[in-house]
Design a protein around this ligand. Structure first.
Ligand code: FAD
Ligand code: NAD
Length: 481
């Protein structure tokens, strides 16, 4: 196949997987070309992680001020707050512009050639690029596929009009009076909670028997309570069956758990029922790639079944999270530069930015048991943590540490509470460094801080808590044995 140019590395897609790979390749002296058909930063920076957290932050601030205005707990007197959501959106867009521009600057500094256009694999070494200026073909020694993922669309509920994807919801200029959310997973709950705080009446329609069905019920219970306090309605074991759009929005037909049918009217219906790997639109049909279900199959070095073709990020499997994509991208770049690297993390942290927030790192007790460990658990309630109380934090939140009984090796940390997202750093560092309960209890955390609750949960697992009454002697002996 003839080509117009040659490069050592060609990266398809500039999300957290692709741009990280390209920057590191450039830094390591590899001649690198990155092709992106949309904006630098991909889903995460431009329509995912960052804009959603900006809207969640604005909603939190508004809800706090509104709460002080109606029944002040802190003694702050304010008038009746209002929100100009178009300005909130402009602020959020400014953050996205700054970050996307920053990625561009880093790519330039690393000497990466960036091409705006749609890449199509013609064969294992050649990429055709559809750009405004023409359609060059570039040959490459190695290709890194990082085309990401797209929202799942339900056939009877196509996006358009009043039926929104998460991208559409993040670009609203006004706060809906009534928002119907189909799917109470990560995105539905994060955005649904934000809109509930901004003043929408939010109704969730979830087909599972719990919200966030992948998380254990203890972790989601405080989130359920907060949603109820915010006035949101949640229908579990419920199935949306059809939608009728009208001038004022849309009516979603839903079969409830008892078999009855209801019509839920909203200004908008937000559909967040999962994301799927983007395996079309970049020429997969011209390659012979082994698949792993809907994902591209990769090994521990992110190599696909074709020599010289690597894949990273959402297109390669769960968890479809930005930090996994970035870590894979960096590993592949270093492999291409001749370093000995593998992608074998001890744990990939997950944070759900609901209210309260949920942090999951490593194994839960049941997962540890299923994996053959004799596990012990220490649980410390955040109601006994001074910093949590001074932040007016969640009273039903807790930190749970799971460890191997015989060695004390920390196997997992789960947390639910107000402002606990940042604690994921302590937890994942502990797992990656193979910390034991003694390491956690021997580490001095600043006072007052939420981090002290991790120490206390580890002490609890050892049967010797400081800020809780000692457990009964029998369970102390079981923990220590
Ligand atoms: P993507 O970020 O999807 O990037 C792929 C890029 O490839 C895109 O820019 C696309 O335009 C480009 N592309 C595709 N095909 C071609 C082609 N043929 N030619 C050229 N370019 C192409 N994850 C978290 O870890 N934390 C969060 O808080 C979080 N919040 C989220 C909130 C929302 C609302 C959404 C939707 C997602 C969120 N995610 C979050 C998930 C996160 O965005 C993804 O895991 C991450 O973006 C995956 O990175 P990636 O590089 O694999 O792909
Ligand atoms: P999800 O898998 O988290 O949740 C989808 C929910 O929709 C599930 O609860 C599922 O039971 C439900 N569902 C599926 N089909 C349904 C139907 N027909 N009717 C009613 N409910 C239905 O998916 P998501 O919320 O779209 O998020 C996609 C991915 O994006 C996540 O898995 C995660 O990888 C990533 N993400 C991460 C973060 C974060 O890290 N904070 C935030 C947002 C998104």
């Amino acid at each position: 196949m003839t080509s117009d140019a040659h490069t050592q590395v060609l990266v398809v897609g500039a999300g957290p997987g692709g741009y990280a790979a390209a920057i590191r390749c450039g830094q390591l002296g590899l001649e690198t070309t990155l092709v992106e058909k949309g904006r630098l930063g991909g889903t995460c920076l431009t329509r995912g992680c960052i804009p959603s957290k900006a809207v969640i932050h604005a909603a939190d601030e508004f809800a706090k001020i509104r709460s002080e205005a109606t029944k002040s707990v802190l003694g702050i007197g304010v008038g009746s707050p209002t929100i100009d959501f178009a300005r909130t959106r402009a602020w959020k867009d400014g953050i996205v512009d700054q970050l996307s521009g920053g990625v561009g600057g880093l790519l330039t500094a690393a000497g990466v050639t960036v091409i705006e256009g749609t890449a199509t694999m013609v064969d294992g070494k050649t990429v055709a690029i559809d750009t405004e200026a023409g359609a060059p073909r570039i040959s490459a020694d190695n290709v890194i596929l990082a085309p990401g993922s797209t929202p799942v669309e339900l056939p009877f509920l196509p996006f358009g009009g009043a039926v929104l994807s998460s991208t559409d919801a993040l670009n609203l200029d006004t706060v809906p009076d009534h928002l119907v959310v189909v799917g109470a997973g990560y995105i539905g709950l994060e955005l649904g909670t934000a809109f509930a705080k901004l003043g929408s009446h939010v109704t969730f329609v979830e087909m599972g028997d719990r919200i966030l069905p992948a998380y254990d019920a203890d972790l989601t219970k405080p989130v359920v309570a907060e949603l109820a306090r915010l006035g949101a309605t949640t229908h579990l074991n419920a199935r949306a069956t059809s939608v009728q759009q009208d001038a004022g929005g849309a009516t979603l037909q839903v079969t409830l758990s008892d078999g009855s049918e209801v019509g839920l009217h909203g200004d908008h219906v937000l559909v967040t029922v999962g994301r799927k790997p983007r395996t079309e639109g970049w020429g997969r049909e011209n390659l012979v790639l082994d698949m792993d279900g809907p994902f591209i199959k990769v090994d521990e070095q992110c190599r696909t079944s074709m020599r010289g073709i690597f894949a990273v990020g959402d297109v390669t499997g769960e968890p479809m999270l930005a930090h996994r994509a970035t870590a894979q991208g960096e590993v592949v770049a270093e492999i291409l530069a001749g370093h000995r690297r593998e992608f074998v993390p001890a744990a990939i942290p997950a944070v759900v930015f609901t209210d309260p927030e949920i942090v999951v790192v490593g194994r839960s007790e049941s997962e540890a048991t299923a994996a053959g460990f004799d596990a012990i658990v220490g649980r410390f309630p955040l109601a006994a943590n001074g910093r949590n109380l001074s932040l007016d934090g969640s009273r039903s939140g807790f930190v749970r540490v799971v460890a191997e009984r015989s060695t004390g090796l920390v196997l997992g940390v789960q947390i639910v509470g107000t402002s606990v997202a940042e604690l994921q750093g302590v937890a994942v560092t502990a797992l990656e460094m193979a910390a034991t309960l003694d390491d956690l209890t021997g580490t001095i955390q600043a006072h007052p801080s939420l981090g002290e609750a991790i120490t206390e949960a580890a002490l609890m697992a050892q049967g010797r808590p400081l800020h809780l009454p000692l457990p009964p002697l029998s369970s102390r002996q079981a923990s220590a044995s």
